[in-house]
Design a protein around this ligand. Structure first.
Ligand code: UD1
Ligand code: MG
Length: 468
C-alpha cells in the first residue's frame, strides 16, 4: 500500500467569481490559482503521480491547462457538483489504496509548504485533522466547534446565531487516515441548508464512530479562500508581497516595492536594481548587477550581468547579453538577442533579430528577422522591410558595417562585412564587402527657385521654373 496522496478539489462552479473563466484558472499574478496549490504539494515533497485534481465545472479548460502544465498529475471528473463530500467520494478510486489522504480545497492557494508538511505529519496521528484559522471576518466559512478533544464543523448556512459568532473557521485542508475515511464516507448526507454533501460532516461522523479528530491553526494569510474577485485581489497582494520580500532578502534593490510586480517563476540575483513601476513576468531570469529602469515590462526575458535597461522597455521572450543596453522606449520581442555591449535605443523595435557584439541601433528603427554582425552602426530611422505580404524574409548585415540614416532593407537582402549604405537608401540588392550601397534618386538644385516663386505669387510676374 502506498503512503500518502493529495486530492485537490477543483470541480466547483465558483459562482461568486461572476466570471466565465473557471475559478481555479483565475490568475494570481500570472499563474492560475490551481498552480499554486499543486506547486505547494510538490514543494512539500509529494510526487506528481500521487496528486489528483478533481475537475468538473469548466473542467475541459482546467483539464487542458493541467495536461500542459503538470502532465504527470492525475485528473478525475466530478460530473455533477453535489458538494465537497461528494467530491471526495467521487475520487475514491484514486485514494483508496493509500494509507493517508490529504484533501485540499482548490481555492486555497496561499498555504506554505511547511504548513502542508505539518498537515502531512498530522495524518499519522488523528483519523482526521483539519486546518483552522481565526478569521477577522468569518463570513461564510465553516465554523469550528470544540468539544473537549473532538472537533466538528458547522457550515455557516446551517449555523445558529451563537455559532455564527465563532471566529475560528475551517480552511478547507484536511488529513485523513484512509481506512477511517472509508468507514464514514458513505454516511455523509445532504440534509442541510444547501442540499449538498459536505466533507465537513466527516468530522462529526468520525466523532460518532469513535474515530479521532483534531485541528491545528494557521495564520489567515495562508488559509484565506478565494470565492470572490475581491478575495482574489487580496490573495494577489499577499503573493506579490511574499515574492518581493523573498527577493529583497536575496539582495535585490527595489526602490518602491508598492509599484513592482514579479512573477512567481522569475529568478533574480543580488545587486539587481529595480526602479518604480517595473513588471517582471513569466520565467524571466535577471542576473547580477542588472539595472531595470522605470516603467519597464519584462516577460520571459533572460537578462545577463550588468545589463542596463534604461527605462520604459518592453522585453518579451528575448535575451540581453552582458553589458548590453536597451531603451528608453524600446520593444524587444520574439527571440531577439542583444549580444554583449550592444545597444537598442529610443523607439527601436526588434523582432526575431540578433544585434551583434558592440553594435548599436540607437534611434527610431525596426529590425525584423535580421542578423547584425559585430561593430555595426545603424543610422536613425533605418528599418527592415521583412514582410512581402506573404512571407517573412531575412536581412543579414555583416561585421563593421555603417548604415546611413533612413535606410530601408527590402528583405531578403544581404550586406557584406565592412560595407556601408548612403542615408535614405532603399537597399534591394546585396552590397559586397567594403562597398557603399546607394539606392536613392540623385539630388538636383533649381537655381533661384525661391526668388522666382515669390515673384510669381506676390508680384504676379512670370511663372517660375517647376511650377504647374
Ligand atoms: C468550504 C467549506 C468551508 C470552509 C471553506 C474554506 C464545505 C462544505 N465547506 O466552503 O467549511 O470554511 O471551504 O475555504 O466543504 N468543490 C468540488 N466539488 C463540489 C463542490 C466544491 O470540487 O461539488 C471544490 C471547489 O471547486 C472548491 C472547493 O471544493 O475548490 C471548496 O468549495 P467551495 O464551494 O468554494 O466551498 P466554500 O463555500 O468555500
Ligand atoms: Mg471556497
Amino acid at each position: 500500500m502506498k503512503d500518502l496522496c493529495v486530492l485537490i478539489m477543483a470541480a466547483g462552479k465558483g459562482t461568486r467569481m461572476k466570471s466565465a473563466v473557471p475559478k481555479v484558472l483565475q490568475p494570481i499574478l500570472d499563474r492560475p490559482i490551481i498552480d499554486y496549490v499543486i506547486n505547494n504539494s510538490l514543494s512539500a515533497g509529494v510526487s506528481r503521480e500521487d496528486i489528483c485534481v478533481l475537475v468538473g465545472s469548466g473542467g475541459e479548460l482546467v483539464e487542458s491547462h493541467l495536461r500542459n502544465t503538470f502532465p504527470d498529475i492525475k485528473i478525475l471528473w466530478q460530473h455533477e457538483q453535489l458538494g465537497t463530500g461528494h467530491a471526495v467520494k467521487t475520487a475514491l478510486e484514486f485514494w483508496q489504496n493509500y494509507e493517508s489522504l490529504i484533501v485540499l480545497n482548490g481555492d486555497v492557494p496561499l498555504m506554505k509548504p511547511d504548513s502542508l508538511k505539518n498537515l502531512i505529519s498530522a495524518s499519522k496521528q488523528n483519523d482526521c485533522t483539519v486546518i483552522t484559522f481565526m478569521a477577522e471576518n468569518p463570513g461564510s466559512y465553516g465554523r469550528i466547534l470544540h468539544d473537549r478533544h473532538k472537533i466538528s464543523i458547522i457550515e455557516f448556512k446551517d449555523a445558529n446565531e451563537e455559532q455564527r459568532k465563532i471566529h475560528e473557521v475551517n480552511a478547507g485542508c484536511y488529513a485523513f487516515k484512509v481506512e477511517s475515511l472509508k468507514k464514514i464516507i458513505n454516511l455523509i448526507k445532504n440534509d442541510n441548508a444547501q442540499k449538498e454533501y459536505y466533507l465537513t460532516d466527516a468530522l462529526g461522523l468520525m466523532n460518532e464512530n469513535n474515530l479521532s479528530t483534531g485541528a491545528f491553526i494557521l495564520p489567515e494569510e495562508e488559509t484565506q479562500g478565494i470565492n470572490t474577485q475581491s478575495e482574489l485581489a487580496k490573495a494577489s497582494k499577499v503573493m506579490r508581497e511574499r515574492i518581493l520580500t523573498r527577493w529583497l532578502n536575496e539582495g535585490v534593490r527595489i526602490l518602491d516595492p508598492e509599484t513592482v510586480y514579479i512573477s512567481p517563476d522569475s529568478e533574480l540575483s543580488s545587486d539587481v536594481v529595480i526602479m518604480p513601476n517595473v513588471q517582471i513576468w513569466g520565467k524571466s531570469k535577471i542576473s547580477k548587477g542588472v539595472y531595470i529602469g522605470s516603467g519597464s515590462i519584462l516577460k520571459n526575458a533572460v537578462i545577463h550581468e550588468n545589463v542596463n535597461i534604461i527605462a520604459y522597455a518592453f522585453i518579451e521572450n528575448s535575451e540581453l547579453k552582458e553589458n548590453s543596453k536597451a531603451g528608453p522606449f524600446c520593444y524587444i520581442r520574439d527571440n531577439s538577442c542583444l549580444e554583449k555591449n550592444s545597444f537598442a535605443g529610443k523607439f527601436v523595435e526588434l523582432k526575431n533579430s540578433r544585434i551583434g557584439e558592440n553594435s548599436k541601433v540607437p534611434h527610431l528603427s525596426y529590425f525584423g528577422d535580421a542578423t547584425l554582425g559585430h561593430d555595426v552602426n545603424i543610422g536613425a530611422g533605418s528599418i527592415t522591410c521583412n514582410y512581402d505580404g506573404v512571407h517573412k524574409n531575412k536581412t543579414f548585415i555583416g561585421d563593421n558595417c555603417f548604415i546611413g540614416s533612413d535606410t530601408m532593407f527590402v528583405a531578403p537582402v544581404e550586406v557584406e562585412n565592412n560595407a556601408a549604405t548612403a542615408a535614405g537608401s532603399v537597399i534591394t540588392q546585396k552590397i559586397p564587402e567594403n562597398a557603399l550601397g546607394v539606392g536613392r534618386a540623385r539630388q538636383t538644385n533649381i537655381k533661384d527657385w525661391s526668388l522666382n516663386y515669390k515673384n510669381f505669387h506676390v508680384n504676379k510676374t512670370s511663372k517660375p521654373e517647376g511650377e504647374k
